[in-house]
Design a protein around this ligand. Structure first.
Ligand SMILES: [Zn+2]
Length: 513
């Protein structure tokens, strides 16, 4: 049986499920995508799907095969409707049978996400007002494809399906395959999809950061375009968060992107920040900046701030810990909005936010890759008229209100330190740790661990993390303690709250022996 199919008639999901039955499997997960009655504020009456069938079937089958290999599931299949669909119809069905439920869920999720991003399928929505429009045409990614009057005649040949290629950054010694895996495992929330957010999103998506969240409440205006050159004049009037998400998908379909059309406030900030490793402040107002500052301290999550004003700007990393400065340490009298103008009132040259957004993306990548960069206790100020740069010390103020409030809030569950020192592996074992050796095969052959260990090179870590028990006390080990620390922080972000890294690595053990 084909693992990826198109169907012109309504799907018999009961029959599809019967086909997936397997007595060797303990778990079955299915996903159904339904035709709903609204999209982006418009009332939808029915849908049409059109596919570039031959190419789409090949790519669809490839995705199902990838899911089977990647998650080790027993069976997987996906059926997609084409033609005319009514409200409530099942538009796409994914089923996965596996030995255990976790793989079944994950493979199911993988298939639906990849199908949405990679398979050339187009959707035409018919609206209550008699209008219709092609949507989700991520593959075309032409600005005109998103306007309602665009005639989406599929006479134009779709080029061969390309896949993202990170070879030019993997070639950097500091990045390599391990760095690429770290980026793929990373998740960044970008607040603001304007002058700063545009370069930030372009570079993070291009670099293959695995998941991007976009928050922006505004619609695109013609006056934005001199600095937000990712968008097109024809896009004016559309929500920037939606536009930015479309651009990200067109640039790199491997990125999981979520867009939120809303203004960040106390009621939603914590929920939006959840699950992201890093937050980038690309907003243009102080209310948002201070809200993010306080959130950084409360969640102990790093926020990288950028601000521009006319011809200059500044960059500051707030790590969210007790020891380093936050915005309120530096600006105790929180600058009220209006005191310093934003771009709308003060004016700005287009490349100025472009430079700072690029710097912000660069610092974000350095942070995710564990490269040295902007310290948490300094501020970079760059005047683009004189090209004069300054790095100012940002001191942690002893009487900082935000720090005091956050200290009280997080006093109870102190997070387990990421790194731990032991005199020997025997001592670590006695302390109840199970070892995970993240070195590659050659290093292990040269210097095997004396005790039992799970072998999990960095490149496999994220994929294989699913097979590990998040409640276990794992001690990650490498030669010097660097990679293991990176791996441990990666696992922490996946819910492994007890895992730690052997400080100094195996070299450190030898030095103390
Ligand atoms: Zn502070």
């Amino acid at each position: 049986m084909k693992t990826f199919l198109f169907s012109t008639s309504p799907l018999d999901t009961a029959a599809l499920q019967r086909d997936m039955r397997d007595v060797t499997c303990g778990g079955f997960a299915a996903f159904e995508g339904w035709v709903r009655n609204h999209n982006e504020g418009l009332d939808v009456t029915r849908l049409e799907y059109e596919a570039f069938a031959e190419l789409a079937e090949k790519e669809g089958a490839r995705i199902v095969d990838e899911a089977i290999a990647r998650f080790g599931v027993t069976r997987a299949a996906c059926v997609h409707r084409v033609g005319s669909l009514a409200l409530g119809d099942v538009a796409v069905w994914v089923g996965v049978s596996a030995a255990h439920r976790d793989e079944a869920f994950r493979a199911c999720r993988y298939i639906i996400d990849e199908v949405k991003h990679r398979v050339p399928i187009w959707k035409k929505e018919h609206y209550v007002n008699g209008d219709s429009g092609w949507v989700n045409c991520e593959r075309c990614a032409m600005p005109a494809a998103h306007t309602h009057e665009h005639d989406h005649a599929h006479g134009h040949a779709h080029p061969q399906v390309h896949t993202p290629d990170y070879s030019r950054q993997i070639a950097l010694r500091e990045v390599g395959m391990e760095g690429q895996a770290r980026l793929r495992g990373a998740s960044v929330l970008v607040v603001g999809a304007g002058g700063l957010g545009v370069p930030v999103l372009q570079y993070l998506a291009g670099a293959g950061v695995g998941r991007l969240g976009i928050v922006d409440a505004d619609r695109l205006e013609p006056s934005n375009l001199h600095r937000q050159t990712w968008y097109a004049l024809a896009d004016c009037g559309r929500e920037k968060s939606t536009l930015a998400a479309e651009r990200v998908r067109a640039l790199n379909p491997e990125v999981r992107v979520e867009s939120h059309t809303l203004r960040l406030d106390d009621s939603n900030a914590e929920r939006l920040a959840a699950g992201h490793d890093l937050i980038l402040d690309c907003s243009d107002n102080f209310a948002t900046k201070f809200l993010l500052n306080d959130l950084a301290l409360r969640l102990r999550k790093p926020v990288l701030f950028a601000s521009v004003y006319q011809y200059e700007g500044q960059l500051q990393l707030v790590r969210g810990d007790d020891a380093t400065a936050c915005l309120r340490c530096v600006w105790p009298e929180a600058t009220r909005d209006g005191l310093v103008g934003n771009c709308a009132e003060a004016g700005v040259l287009g490349p100025v936010p472009g430079v700072f957004g690029s710097l912000q993306a660069l610092e974000a990548l350095k942070l995710l890759l564990g490269l040295p960069g902007l310290a948490a206790d300094e501020m970079l100020i760059f005047d683009l008229i004189s090209l004069h740069t300054q790095r100012l010390r940002a001191r942690r103020a002893a009487d900082c209100d935000a720090h005091r409030r956050a200290g009280a809030a997080v006093a109870a569950p102190a997070p387990v330190e990421l790194e731990v020192r032991f005199a020997s592996l025997t001592e670590a074992q006695a302390a109840g740790y199970t070892f995970i050796d993240v070195r590659d095969a050659r290093e292990r052959a040269d210097e095997p661990l004396p005790s039992a260990a799970i072998h999990l090179p960095m490149s496999k870590l994220l994929i294989e993390a699913a097979t590990l028990d998040a409640g276990m006390r794992y001690l990650l080990v490498c030669a010097t303690g660097k990679r293991s620390a990176a791996a441990a922080s990666l696992l922490r972000s996946q819910g492994f709250s007890e895992c730690r890294s052997l400080q100094g690595g195996l070299k450190g053990l030898k030095a103390t022996a």
